[in-house]
Write a protein that binds this ligand. Structure first.
Ligand SMILES: [Zn+2]
Length: 322
């Protein structure tokens, strides 16, 4: 892990410097130029320089990434350009990271001075990466980009978060939430009951205690839990008790199932904001329990029908101008 961090840290500095460039853009071009030079000056270690600038090769089984299996993107250590993804990586037993493909236009191939092999370099900065071999039959793409770990930095895939909202018929809640920016998926299911693997029919019989609930998976770099919770309070009527519009029953009660203290506090604050506007909010805030996905016939219901929800209409409850 220490080895991995050593490769990630210079990258963090690069990214931070790049952010400064963006921030500086509005200040003036002089500052921008200064910051860019800072990015360029970020030093390579002697080992990295030997490989990247002088086309060296690290010993096999020595680098940080030959036996590395996390989801994410491999970047050029020198300039930060994205080069390969973890989906392209495979085990070649060579002792060097091996990829059967590269991101479009990211890698340039040049004849190696040895007259036999094909060298690969970063298309953006020209830094030496390694060599490419074809016809070895490792994967269906029949290509092996054999890359020095020292030429790479790694950016882990974003950590996604979950949110659970119950606000009446899940078809409508799912419809709205899956269109929100930063939402990776919205799945209809059940939560809050006392049986396992409940069916839709069992839940509708009112004997299992479950609520129709939507599981939202989102990228916190793009959106926030607060933005999604606000949307939830605007697409259903949080003042209705054990019903939502035409759907009547315990399984349609309004609940925010939180997965963290932060989520609980955000939900409570939004409820206080609604109450301050004179609404008598019925929404309960409860800890998330087991989520049971509903049958396939309940997923993407409106999308498949080409219709819009009869039960969920967006009302601007929280952002209304005073
Ligand atoms: Zn590069």
């Amino acid at each position: 892990m220490g080895e991995t961090m050593r490769h990630i840290l210079p990258l963090i500095v690069l990214v931070t410097a790049a952010a400064l460039v963006v921030a500086a853009a509005s200040v003036g071009s002089q500052r921008e130029t200064t910051e860019e030079r800072t990015v360029e000056r970020e030093p390579l270690t002697p080992e990295e320089a030997r490989v990247i600038l002088h086309k060296g090769t690290e010993p096999p089984f020595s680098g940080a990434f030959w036996n590395h299996h996390e989801p994410g993107t491999y970047l050029c250590r020198q300039c930060g350009a994205p080069l390969f993804t973890s989906e392209m990586k495979f085990d070649s037993c060579s002792g060097w990271p091996s990829f059967d493909d590269a991101l479009p236009g990211a890698v340039r191939e040049v004849p190696d001075p040895d007259g036999v092999r094909t060298e690969i370099v970063c298309a953006r900065c020209g830094g030496h990466l390694g060599h490419v071999f074809r016809g070895e039959g490792f994967t269906p793409k029949d290509t092996r980009h054999c890359v020095n770990s020292l030429s790479l930095a790694f950016e882990p895939a974003p950590r996604l978060e979950k949110a659970y909202f119950a606000g009446g018929c899940f078809w409508g809640v799912e419809y709205w939430l899956e269109q929100a920016p930063g939402v990776v998926s919205a799945v209809s299911g059940f939560m809050g009951g006392h049986t396992e693997h409940p069916t839709y029919k069992e839940v509708c019989s009112g004997t299992t205690g479950h609520v129709e609930t939507v599981e939202v998976t989102f990228d916190p770099r793009v959106t926030s839990y607060e933005a999604l919770a606000k949307l939830f309070f605007e697409i259903h009527d949080p003042t209705q008790v054990d019903r939502q519009g035409p759907d009547v029953g315990d399984q349609y009660r309004s609940v925010v199932f939180y997965t963290s203290e932060h989520q609980r506090e955000v939900a409570r604050a939004l409820i206080r904001a609604l109450e301050a506007k004179g609404l008598k909010v019925a929404t309960r805030v409860e800890p998330a329990g087991a989520f049971w996905k509903a049958e396939d016939s309940h997923q993407d219901y409106y999308e498949r029908k080409g219709a819009t929800p009869y039960c969920h209409i967006r009302v601007n409850r929280l952002d209304t101008e005073p």
